[in-house]
Ligand binder design. Structure first.
Ligand SMILES: *[C@@H]1O[C@H](CO)[C@@H](O)[C@H](O)[C@H]1NC(C)=O
Ligand SMILES: *[C@@H]1O[C@H](CO)[C@@H](O)[C@H](O)[C@H]1NC(C)=O
Ligand SMILES: *[C@@H]1O[C@H](CO)[C@@H](O)[C@H](O)[C@H]1NC(C)=O
Ligand SMILES: *[C@@H]1O[C@H](CO)[C@@H](O)[C@H](O)[C@H]1NC(C)=O
Ligand SMILES: *[C@@H]1O[C@H](CO)[C@@H](O)[C@H](O)[C@H]1NC(C)=O
Ligand SMILES: *[C@@H]1O[C@H](CO)[C@@H](O)[C@H](O)[C@H]1NC(C)=O
Ligand SMILES: *[C@@H]1O[C@H](CO)[C@@H](O)[C@H](O)[C@H]1NC(C)=O
Length: 452
């Protein structure tokens, strides 16, 4: 690590995003267990309280070192911070109930910076005192009843990445960790409410809680933080979407596969210059599509599929110049599919418009071509004469029972609609190789694993 854990948050985030997209783990410079003296494998720590914490299981049978065990002293370690980290790590090690890759086998000896998954750096306030600054357990599949008493006891920790482990319990109070800025506990079995009170929120830039058992509500204040990434998908959050959602500065927001309710807040337009990908997919959202969604001028992914959203598609959607994936499938939308939206395949970047499983009754002129090229999916709607539509009685029933409440229809288009270029007859999607879908961050977050 040339840059260190403690500086250049945004640079570090970029590194993180790259590692997220690829399979490598975040930092990987340090593990060299051969530096350790094998005779040290059987040291044990009493941690001063006679609790009998032994760590002698280091290397399995090969480690049957006969030397009398010696209680480690601070002076045995490169510095006292590392000694303290050692005590904390050994205590945590003793709570681990499964370790299929034997990573904890490397967690012994006087050099905690060499333990697999641990990375050291020098805290800004302690020159010349390198200590544990970052933990990357991605893909280790460790089981432990709690991470309380572990990460919260490493005062200089800046990052904790633990995708695909089996940690249970709640997130401990991390507000004492003054450098902490990235938390990834995705794909574990952690539970409890959203951990607002325990996160040092002011400095947090990356929060990934997806694929856990968190429940309840997400505090509106989370949308006022200076986060870059907020992944909350695949939990049990169930609340009316906070009205200030659009205050968020995140580039990637995944709320998919929870129990969120209410309409998409009109404030979403405030995120117009920063929000790149957003997944509302598969919740219980209702109400109308706010006209303000059309002001998300930077978004490449907008996915509100599989909710109970009703009304028609506002013409403002024709302003989504950068949108590539626009998914509104599986809702209660009806009316006409606007021509300006389909034109985005020519004038913008639209590559996939999923509207199947709604109650649309007609499509704009430019939409026909998109059906042919496979960009637009309108199956299971109510469009007369089209193949693969809902049964007439289903459509009749929907329109005869206006339980969908009235949505205002705005004719105003808040952008200058570009004129389609005259020459190229093919859509953007046709120019692309169909199979190679771009590596969208948000959609990748719908898969449980990253790292190894
Ligand atoms: C570990 O350190 C030893 C001694 O410095 C060196 O010979 C060896 O190549 C290192 N191994 C790795 C994997 O870096
Ligand atoms: C040792 O015990 C004392 C009090 O019994 C407690 O305050 C302290 O945190 C304990 N230390 C460790 C390392 O468990
Ligand atoms: C882990 O260690 C145990 C015994 O020490 C061994 O049986 C097992 O094969 C090891 N697993 C891996 C993945 O190295
Ligand atoms: C995860 O931990 C739970 C609770 O400790 C345990 O019942 C379960 O078997 C573990 N699953 C795996 C895959 O290790
Ligand atoms: C969570 O626990 C369940 C049951 O205890 C287990 O089947 C599942 O594999 C665990 N999840 C992870 C990510 O280990
Ligand atoms: C944020 O980080 C700075 C140092 O980079 C530190 O002084 C400050 O206490 C931290 N704030 C919080 C709320 O953790
Ligand atoms: C288009 O998006 C929908 C919804 O996300 C997805 O199910 C479908 O596979 C995508 N189609 C293509 C061709 O990428």
């Amino acid at each position: 690590m040339a840059t260190g854990e403690y500086c250049c948050f945004r640079v570090k985030l970029l590194v993180l995003l790259i590692s997220f997209l690829h399979t490598s783990s975040f930092l990987h410079a340090h593990s060299n267990t051969s530096l350790l003296d094998p005779q040290r494998e059987t040291i044990e720590t009493g941690s001063g309280n006679g609790t009998g914490i032994g760590i002698g299981d280091g290397g399995g049978s090969e480690a049957a070192a006969p030397a009398p065990s010696k209680k480690p002293q601070p002076s045995d370690f490169p510095n006292v911070k590392q000694y303290n980290a050692y005590i904390v790590i050994q205590r945590f090690k003793n709570t681990i109930t499964c370790d299929p890759y034997n990573v904890t086998r490397t967690w012994f000896g006087y050099l905690p910076c060499t333990y697999q998954g641990f990375y050291c750096d020098t805290p800004p306030d302690s020159p010349g005192t390198p200590t544990i600054a970052s933990i990357d357990f991605n893909g280790f599949h460790l089981c432990a009843p709690t991470i309380a008493g572990f990460i919260d006891q490493l005062p200089d920790l800046a990052l904790f990445h633990a995708n695909s482990n089996n940690f249970t319990g709640t997130i401990p109070d991390l507000t004492g960790l003054k450098y902490f800025y990235e938390l990834d506990v995705s794909n574990n079995n952690m539970s409890g409410p959203f951990p607002t009170d325990v996160l040092p929120l002011a400095n947090l830039t990356f929060l990934d809680l997806r694929f856990n058992l968190f429940a309840g509500s997400v505090p509106p204040s989370i949308f006022t933080l200076d986060l870059d990434v907020l992944f909350l998908n695949n939990n049990f959050f169930n609340q009316f979407l906070p009205a200030n959602l659009g205050s968020t500065r995140v580039a990637y927001l995944t709320l998919a596969n929870n129990g969120f309710t209410g309409p998409i807040p009109r404030s979403i337009s405030y995120a117009g210059s920063t929000l790149l990908e957003v997944l509302f997919l598969n919740n219980r959202l209702s109400g109308c599509l706010p006209y303000e969604i059309g002001l998300l001028s930077e978004s490449t992914v907008f996915d509100a599929g599989f909710n109970q959203i009703t009304g028609s598609i506002p013409l403002s959607f024709g302003c989504l110049q950068k949108v590539e994936q626009l998914n509104l499938a599986g809702n209660l939308l009806y009316g006409h599919v606007p021509d300006v939206v389909c034109r985005l395949a020519k004038t913008g970047q639209l590559a996939n418009l999923s509207l199947s499983g709604n109650y649309f009754t007609s499509i704009g002129h430019s939409c026909w071509e998109l059906i042919k090229s496979g960009v637009l999916d309108v199956r299971q709607n109510c469009i007369p004469g089209f193949p693969d539509q809902r049964r007439p009685d289903e459509c009749w029933w929907f329109f005869a029972h206006p339980k969908h409440y009235y949505c205002p229809f705005y004719h105003f288009i808040p952008c200058k609609c570009p004129v389609p270029p005259a020459t190229p007859p093919t859509t953007k999607a046709m120019q692309r190789p169909a199979a190679a879908s771009p590596p969208y961050m948000a959609y990748k977050a719908l898969h449980q694993r990253h790292g190894k």
